[in-house]
Design a protein around this ligand. Sequence first.
Ligand code: 5AD
Ligand code: SF4
Length: 459
Amino acid sequence: MNQEINVNEYISAVSDILVKRNTKPRACVRSFGCQLNFSDGEKIKGMLVKMGCEMAEKEENADIVIYNTCAVRENAEDRVFGNLGFLKHYKEKNPEMIIGLCGCMASLEHVTRKLKNSYRFVDIVFSPSALDRLPKLLLEKLSGSRYAFDTNEYNMSSEGLYQERDSSFKASVPIMFGCNNFCTYCIVPYVRGRERSRKPENIIQEVEKLVQNGYKEIMLLGQNVNSYGKDLAESVDFPELLQRINEIDGDFVVRFMSSHPKDAGKKLIDTIINCGKIGKHLHLPVQSGSNDILDKMNRRYTVEKYLETIDYARSFIPDFSFTTDIIVGFPNESEEDFEKTLSLMKRVKYDNIYSFIYSKRSGTKAAEIEDMVSDEEKGKRMTRLLSLQREISTESYKRFIGRTMRVLVDGKSKTEGYMTGKSNEFVIVEFEGDKSLVGSFVNVKITDAKNWAVTGVII
Ligand code: 5AD
Ligand code: SF4
């Protein structure tokens, strides 16, 4: 509670200064990376709106620009530094512009050092576990400080912060923050701190409000949602939280991301199958199909154990929809290891995969391994993997032809006259329709399958 009062006091102090300046300040918040980061971005926008800012789409039209960054792969980091270069020009034209950087990159020492040495026009920096520092830092900056940097880890959960949501029908709801797993390739545990679960009653209350306000998709977020509740005094786990959310009145679909296979057991599958509001889909990042690589990644499951979960779900729903994350080219991944990944993909028949070439992150365990595989070879493996997945999706999407799918309509498709949305199984569905349908559920009879979507007609 104290934390909230403090934030609000800072917000009104900043607001007073901005009002005295006699113009309505415009703020642009740009988020990169995962959905959790986009959810943080909505809270940052929320604080700025409460300070009296108007939201600007583009940096060049803004008085306050905040980059909410991602550090999972090096190219994300490079992109942010590239974008900061552009901001420097805008700031030359508008010297009053305040530039802030937050998100995972803000927790990396080499980044803050680089900002202080070579990007001196960046005014504010704060780490992802300290979102509610923004008003205080803005106040310092507006009161004349040269820099307002606060990269300490506070392990706060930003409970109670107002969120300026990007969508009026799809809402992300973080249920926990941080990660304890220390997969050897991953920087997240170093930049987002240890696992902190939100109290179930706070989550339930938030979902109830969202549903009352017309939200149709609730996406529960956490680095590993299956660890939910382990750090709470009361005894509650993720399947129990799902059951409680499923009992909330209203017509909505519940999704969640991400699940760690070591913790995704039968209780989770039973809950997905038995709860009517939970989408019949599981995103289960496997990362590799080789037990040797999984061990080096510190993933703490084997391919055999992973397949048990898949087979258990499919013993109830034979074509249960799975998607996954795969890392290509973990240090010293052999051709044989890679082929095991391809075999696993053929065995599971994922509806979609998110694949990444391994990116070395200094500070992680894997960064210490001397890697003998060339970038060229990794690139070729990625091409082979994507081509296999296209074949798998084309074939597996055919199973939906003739079926009727319930679809939450997202918006216009790139095809003229067509709309696009997601089915209960999280499959992209395209159909003829108009934009009055956006944000509602429709029933679509599937007539055709492509390698990235299915198409059909509304019935
Ligand atoms: N290199 C490449 N991909 C990574 N991921 C996490 N860290 C790295 C890395 N260093 C991928 C994993 C994870 C997804 C969110 O990002 O596949 O599941
Ligand atoms: Fe990274 Fe592994 Fe934690 Fe996911 S579970 S955030 S991959 S350390």
